[in-house]
Design a protein around this ligand. Structure first.
Ligand code: CTP
Ligand code: MG
Length: 279
């Protein structure tokens, strides 16, 4: 386990941007990350924000497999815009969790650390230092750079001191939330003050997150043979949930309304209004 143990943290910070989704709910022909938001695409704005945070050295973007070549060309042209942050493009997968994992493997290769087998969480590659990786949704393309920097810094602190294995930015919820069963019958109502809506970037140690992904794969395999009830639905929708299931301590830090995810057409309208200064 990463938490509870202080360790050296590498100065190099990585980001994985999940941009391989189709954006079914947005309903455009173009995949969501390539939709225009007042002159710049969702993905371009996301990379602008990550670079402006001045907290990330190298970003791996996962895109639909048939777009890898085009996006590489696009990214090469824009490299100077992102200052010291280098950007690499790889193919994502069929679900967000698979895209993020493809990105994490590219990060491990770039960082020169092994990413197969079950590490004990202690050895962190040749230097012995833990590598920090921020996993971010391209669709949260207006996330304030200061929030990104704070997430990275707070995650580094947790890894350094052993206090926590990573951070998830989150906001209090305003609606009362119900847990319902498959038939729509309400089962319970969690106390609202204990609830938070999770955003990204979610920042962890690379080894902890890879290990949590492997544990999840093992659980899914096991569950298909002998249902355990421990698998969070068919697929985890964020990275923190994998860490939680792996028994790691994740710290919730303050999210920001501007880190909202473009999901529905209304969200895209809101993003355009924000960029154009109408909100
Ligand atoms: N994502 C990804 N690979 C996938 C699915 C999603 O990288 N196979 C990314 C999306 O590009 C997005 C982020 O994960 O930036 C959050 O997912 P979501 O908002 O659900 O995006 P989509 O899956 O594209 O949208 P929808 O679910 O409406 O189809
Ligand atoms: Mg989706």
């Amino acid at each position: 386990m990463t938490s509870g143990m202080s360790r050296e943290v590498s100065d190099t910070v990585y980001a994985v941007v999940a941009a391989a989704g189709s954006g079914r709910r947005l309903g455009r022909e173009t995949p969501k990350a390539f939709v225009d938001v007042s002159g710049r695409t969702v993905l371009e704005r996301c990379l602008d924000g990550l670079a402006a945070a001045e907290a990330v050295d190298h970003t791996v973007v996962t895109v639909p497999a048939d777009m890898v070549d085009d996006v590489r060309t696009l990214v090469d042209r824009q490299r100077p815009l992102w200052g010291a942050m280098s950007v690499q493009v790889v193919a994502g997968g069929g679900e967000r969790i698979h895209s993020v994992l493809a990105g994490l493997h590219a990060v491990a290769a770039h960082a020169g650390v092994p990413h197969t087998g079950i590490p004990d969480g202690g050895a962190g590659g040749e230097s012995g230092a833990e590598t920090v990786v921020a996993v971010h949704d391209a669709a949260r393309c207006l996330t304030p750079p200061t929030m990104i920097a704070t997430c990275v810094e707070t995650a580094r602190e947790g890894l350094r001191t052993g206090g926590w294995a990573g951070v998830v930015p989150a906001l209090p919820v305003t609606d009362t939330v119900k847990i319902v069963d498959a038939a729509g019958v309400v089962r319970s109502t969690p106390a609202r003050e204990t609830l938070r809506a999770a955003q990204t970037p979610q920042v962890f140690g690379l080894h902890g997150l890879l290990r949590a992904n492997r544990m999840n794969e093992a659980r899914e395999e096991l569950d298909s043979a002998h249902p355990t009830g421990l698998v969070p639905g068919p697929l985890a929708t964020d990275d923190s949930s994998l860490m939680e299931l792996a028994g790691e301590r994740v710290l919730a830090v303050a999210g920001d309304p501007q880190a909202f995810k473009i999901t529905w057409p209304d969200d895209l309208d809101r993003a355009v209004r924000l960029v154009e200064g109408e909100e």
